[in-house]
Design a protein around this ligand. Structure first.
Ligand code: VIB
Length: 193
């Protein structure tokens, strides 16, 4: 099939609550969030959400925030992808308006790492450096490291940074983009933040 023509993006992720009641935390976060603007499917390993970028990021953040509000230490690991839908299952969701469904503004500290992979783009290092510089300017940069960059701060700032990085790293000429993120929330390493 033809790749790269649909504006649909996707996020495949797993939540790993460090708690005995992990089933409740995972299922609670998935069910408490308004997912009506995205196509969603959960299996024994992960969950995938697909739709317009604005909704995919809104739902991803809302699920993370909902799980975080249990107060349990949790990890979230996932991959945002764009440009090669592979099927058309979620395309119906592209008709949704840009009105976001989840608006909880509760503050929540998140420490995370991300990696950008602008597919088939010879300028990929410039794109990556530009986004890392932007993180420094916006005050969400945490750390340099091998194979990723550390991003931290309030969940709303962190997700806003990621959504913008995802937009900036794509272009009409280079539609295929992969971005991995892993997050740590309510960690004892964060000293109660
Ligand atoms: C976001 C997300 N989706 C699915 C799983 C996989 N998973 C592990 S335990 C469990 C509940 C019992 O079935 C599920 C669905 C995950 N970890 N995080």
């Amino acid at each position: 099939m033809e790749c790269g023509l649909s504006p649909i993006i996707g996020f495949r992720f797993s939540l790993y609550p460090m708690a005995d009641n992990f089933v409740e935390v995972i299922k609670g976060a998935l069910s408490e969030t308004d997912t009506s603007n995205v196509w969603m499917h959960t299996d024994d390993v992960s969950t995938v959400i697909r739709g317009k970028q604005i909704h995919v990021f809104n739902v991803a953040k809302a699920i993370a925030l909902s799980a975080a509000k249990t107060g349990k230490h949790l990890a979230l690991s996932g991959t945002f992808s764009a440009g090669c839908p592979g099927d058309t299952t979620g395309d119906v969701y592209l008709d949704k308006s840009d009105e976001i469904a989840n608006r909880d503004a509760t503050k929540q500290y998140v420490s995370s790492q991300f990696a950008l992979y602008p597919m088939n783009n010879p300028m990929y290092m410039d794109i990556i450096y530009k986004e890392v510089d932007r993180a420094k300017q916006q005050g969400v940069f945490n750390d340099s490291m091998h194979y990723a960059s550390g991003i931290h701060g309030d969940i709303h700032e962190v997700f806003a940074f990621y959504e913008e990085a995802f937009s900036n790293a794509r272009s009409d000429d280079h539609k295929h983009l992969v971005m991995t993120v892993s997050m740590s929330i309510n960690s004892p390493s964060h000293g109660g933040r």
